[in-house]
Design a protein around this ligand. Structure first.
Ligand code: DGT
Ligand code: CA
Ligand code: CA
Ligand code: ZN
Length: 581
């Protein structure tokens, strides 16, 4: 995606944070944040935009547009540089801790001269924070928890960031003369929710030109190791990337080995040994003679071990090897199986783009149906009302009536808020006229387990709630999931015919792979949704598909792969939800 948009988004966000740290106007900081989001999510590349074109983007005013133009022209934004200079780097690092935030970070710096995460952890241990104004024992606990989350995430990178880097590198190296194959492997190919480092493989006779090109990529900021077989770099954003060049003959074996996981590799190596064979990144060999049995393609290697080819998303040693030996691998859901998206927003609430633009993009994605599910009134900042919702419905219905055969059909839905008691925004007679209701937890994430379980169970029991949105509400690396008895929630979903969402936004990926597996064992069905707030977000579906595959889901498990007729039958929840087979 357009790099300028991303860079400007990051800068404006940073500026908003800096404003808050220095005690600046919160309203002004919010304006910068909104503009950051709008530019980051803007469909067109802004690198050639002038101030006027920038001001046409929603939430971008004159002063912000001017700053962005200056940045695009000179490569720096003086306002940000000045703000940065006024604040120690360590304090900015503190603001990244969930539960702390800019204002409190500045207090810690001014009162206790804390300017690093280690110093902060020490201060908490010494109980220095509880006597500060605005802090207390509970906030010490919360901050410590936030530090823990951040450290647990380690230096792992969100899936989408790693994917963007990998796509760039693969496309650059594929153009180097002599390239026979180029692909990414490792945890990224397995679509893990976060990625430690990116592993790239090239098949070619000579490695030199690839290593050279790799170290000279625009995104390379540091060369960690430079060799003939393997070169490692760090990108400008701090992500490590390993490149390995192998002969075309061992492509399959190399791809298999470097895709992992390690546990999967160990499992299949043991099978090789039982066959009197040896498996390495170079190939499958006869142990005694050293003769090559297979190496050119993954399919060959698996086949010679008596297995079906195993999709990378399953290679976690969770029973896939046994299933492959028995010919029992599931037919995994793929992006092309999806016939629609059931959770999306427009600029009627916090989406960035209009109903028409979102629908046009859905059309381009080839969807048979598309649900618009803007926020409901209890999320106050969205300023939703019954009137606005009904007016939107009229527009959706009118647009839908104008559809031709083969066009995307439109469903009018809503994303309801599950309150602490498990109730939602509107009474049954109002909910009844939506085609689809997603219900999500957006507030009070800290309720105790028993109350939280009850809250979700009650929402599932609501005959008008069809899908539970981002069920655990986690934000990867930032906010833990809610504490609830998920087995009880999953069982309730199965009993009531409520689908659980797999939210494809890379910050959420909620449910996670492990929770999907658990939910599936209860007999739950799933909605694989983008939760898009911009046309670009609709393409995040690939990450949700990755999670669904990691959870062993087939098309039949995912309600938005179904025909519209079957889906509509499912949505008549109260009158018998049993999906036909
Ligand atoms: P990451 O980078 O932490 O997200 O996870 P991976 O799975 O990408 O791990 P990485 O980058 O250390 O190595 C890539 C693959 O190479 C890994 O999935 C399996 C393979 N591999 C690496 N080291 C070993 C090893 O010691 N034994 C075996 N069997 N395979 C290994
Ligand atoms: Ca890796
Ligand atoms: Ca690696
Ligand atoms: Zn949403």
């Amino acid at each position: 995606m357009a790099r300028s948009n991303e860079e400007v988004e990051a800068l404006l966000r940073e500026y908003a944070d800096l404003l808050l740290i220095t005690g600046g106007d919160a309203y002004r900081a919010r304006a910068y944040e909104k503009a950051a989001r709008a530019i980051g999510g803007h469909a067109a590349d802004i690198s050639q935009f002038d101030a006027k074109a920038l001001r046409d983007i929603p939430n971008v005013g004159r002063s912000i547009a001017d700053k962005v133009v200056e940045y695009l022209r000179t490569g720096t934004m003086p306002a940000v540089e000045e703000a940065r200079a006024a604040i120690p780097a360590g304090v900015r690092e503190l603001t990244a801790i969930p539960a702390l935030g800019p204002k409190k970070a500045m207090i810690l710096y001014e009162e206790l001269e804390i300017s690093s995460i280690d110093q902060l952890a020490q201060a908490i241990e010494d109980h220095q924070l509880r006597d500060l104004k605005g802090f207390g024992p509970k906030s010490e606990e919360n901050i410590l928890h936030g530090i823990g989350l951040m450290r647990a995430a380690g230096n792992r990178i969100p899936l989408d960031e790693a994917m963007d880097v990998a796509d760039d590198i693969v496309s650059a190296l594929s153009k180097v003369p002599g390239c026979r194959r180029c692909a990414y492997a490792g945890s990224l190919r397995r679509m893990r929710e976060t990625v430690g480092d990116v592993d790239i493989l090239v098949a070619a006779e000579e490695s030199g030109p690839f290593m050279e090109a790799f170290t000279r990529l625009p995104l390379t900021s540091e060369v960690i190791a430079h060799g003939q077989k393997k070169t490692s770099i760090r990108t400008t954003k701090g992500l490590q990337v390993d490149l390995r060049v192998l002969p075309l003959d061992s492509w399959g074996a190399g791809l298999l080995y470097f895709t992992g996981s390690k546990a999967h590799n160990i499992r299949i190596r043991a099978i090789a040994v039982r066959h009197g064979l040896k498996l390495s990144e170079y190939g499958l060999f006869e142990t005694k003679s050293g003769k090559t049995i297979a190496s050119r393609s993954e399919e060959d290697v698996y086949a010679r071990l008596g297995m079906d080819w195993i999709p990378p998303t399953l290679r976690e040693d969770r029973g896939e090897v046994k299933a492959a030996l028995e010919g029992q691998l599931p037919r995994l859901v793929e992006e092309s199986d999806l016939r629609g998206d059931l959770h999306t927003h427009t600029n009627l609430t916090d989406g960035l783009e209009s109903l028409e633009d979102m629908i046009a993009k859905a059309e381009r994605r080839g969807y048979a149906y598309y649900a618009i599910t803007d926020h409901a009134p209890k999320l106050y900042m969205q300023q939703m009302t019954e009137e606005k919702m009904l007016a939107q419905r009229e527009r959706v219905r009118a647009l839908d009536r104008g559809r031709r055969r083969g066009d995307t059909r439109l469903l009018h839905g809503v994303e309801l808020n599950i309150d602490v008691d498990g109730d939602v925004d509107w009474p049954p007679d109002f909910l009844e006229d939506f085609d689809l209701c997603v219900a999500s937890v957006h507030t009070q994430f800290g309720m105790d387990r028993k109350a939280m379980t009850r809250r979700l169970v009650r929402a599932c029991e609501n005959p008008h709630v069809h899908v539970i949105g981002h069920p655990t509400t986690r934000l990867i690396g930032k906010r833990p999931g809610i504490d609830a008895d998920l087995d009880e929630v999953f069982a309730t979903c199965a009993r009531t015919g409520t689908a659980l969402e797999i939210n494809a936004h890379p910050d959420r990926l909620d449910l996670s792979d492990e929770n999907i597996l658990r939910a599936k064992s209860h007999g739950v069905v799933f909605a694989l949704d983008s939760d898009a707030h911009s046309t670009r977000d609709l393409d995040n579906m690939r990450y949700g598909v990755g999670m669904a595959q990691r959870g062993w889901l087939t098309p039949d498990d995912v309600i938005n792969t179904w025909s519209l007729t079957r889906l509509r039958r499912f949505l008549r929840k109260d009158t018998g939800h049993q999906p036909p087979t």
